[in-house]
Write a protein that binds this ligand. Structure first.
Ligand SMILES: Cc1ncc(COP(=O)(O)O)c(C=O)c1O
Length: 371
């Protein structure tokens, strides 16, 4: 029976095998495996590709969020972070690590992205930052959020963009990563720009913030062994990952187009009782996600035809048992849409190395579903 997985990283390896082996040999033979020329070169190239002035490599996307929050949430009277509850818990994890309080606001159903009016309504004198997640590869209109915050008298509230699912995403006059005070990226292997292990980066146009990020991800050092900032730690993008990522960067645009064409094909095929999640501002198809009323039935229908499915993400942050009892707040308008959607979302396979036959097979499976 046909079996179509959610992803297949071995295919990625085989597709780029010659390049990856050559890069591995070169980096290993150089004897320079940490903080060398590949890290510097990749950060330069990724900053340019994202149209942002500074890029600092870190160990992964979670470290990036934690360090970004440490950079901007510095006032002891402003320890709240306004964010969504449906984005996999990464921002909440970072908040928990440094004792910040997440304040959850609702999402817009059709995009599953943060509702701007509700974000502004949840911001107040205790707000230290807003974290916006470009979930599933869909762009949040950050300029509109910035303008709405300004109109409400909160122009000083920093915005962090979580771009872990949004590499190469363009729209709203620029692109993901170029709007926030800081932007965080993950290069986990399944991301639109993925390495062969963990990796991450923090981008900013602000020289002072870039310098603080560089200190915080390197023990709080200014120069060697000279600790000038509390809260520092070690978080580095190693040379092998940086060199792999530089090579993969040249495929990002074509891979994003492939992802979008897969979703377009699905969208045309699967319509009965299925709403395709997408942003009106721009998409890079990190995941192909639907909303449907009988999710279990759709999943069973697809699985029976050999199509894998997954749920991104099955539990809202505010309902995670591990955080029960930890301080949190729900924004004034509640999170009804998030609560309804978490029971209705379902992801189907979408990765650049899918074959045309596999895409056609998923289309058939979607097309034969009746709600
Ligand atoms: C939206 C989002 N933010 C943050 C992260 C954390 O990235 P990492 O797995 O590299 O720590 C992920 C990744 O898994 C993610 O999807």
């Amino acid at each position: 029976m046909t079996s179509i997985p959610m992803n297949n990283l071995r295919r990625r390896y085989l597709r780029h095998e010659a390049d990856l082996l050559r890069i591995s040999r070169d980096v290993l033979a150089s004897g320079n495996w940490i903080s060398g020329p590949h890290n510097a070169a990749f950060c330069r190239e990724f900053a340019a590709a994202t149209s942002v002035a500074y890029c600092i490599g870190v160990g992964n996307g979670s470290d990036a969020l934690e360090i970004a929050l440490r950079c901007v949430v510095t006032d002891p009277a402003r320890r709240e972070v306004v964010t969504v509850a449906n984005a996999g818990g990464y921002t909440t994890t970072a908040c928990r690590l440094i004792g910040l309080t997440p304040v959850y606001v609702d999402v817009v159903e059709a995009s599953q992205l943060v509702a701007i009016d509700q974000t502004v309504a949840a911001v107040g004198p205790a707000t230290g930052a807003v974290v916006v997640t470009h979930l599933y590869g869909g762009l949040v209109d950050v300029p509109a959020l910035r303008a709405a915050l300004r109109s409400a008298g909160f122009s000083g509230v920093p915005i962090i963009e979580d771009c872990a699912q949004a590499h190469g995403l363009r729209g709203c006059g620029a692109g993901a990563g170029a709007f926030g005070d800081l932007a965080t990226f993950s290069f986990y292997p399944t991301k639109n720009l993925g390495g062969l292990g963990d990796g991450g980066a923090i981008l900013t146009n602000d020289a002072a913030l870039a310098a603080q990020v560089a200190r915080l991800r390197m023990y709080g050092w200014d120069g060697k062994y000279d600790v000038v900032t509390n809260g520092g730690r070690n978080s580095r993008l190693d040379e092998l990952q940086a060199a792999f990522l530089a090579a993969m960067l040249s495929h990002l645009e074509a891979d994003n187009e492939r992802r979008l064409s897969i979703i377009d094909a699905y969208r045309a095929a699967g319509t009965d009782g299925i709403e395709w999640v997408s942003s009106p501002h721009g998409n890079v198809g990190h995941l192909a996600v639907v909303l449907t009323n009988d999710r279990d039935r759709l999943a069973k229908h697809l699985n029976a035809r050999g199509v894998a499915t997954a749920i991104h993400f099955p539990i809202l942050d505010c309902d995670q048992t591990g955080w029960a009892g930890a301080v949190q707040r729900i924004g004034p308008a509640g999170i009804d849409v998030s609560r309804r959607s978490v029971k209705r979302i379902l992801s189907v396979p979408c990765f650049p190395e899918m074959s045309d036959d596999e895409i056609a097979h998923v289309c058939d499976a979607l097309g034969s579903y009746s709600a």
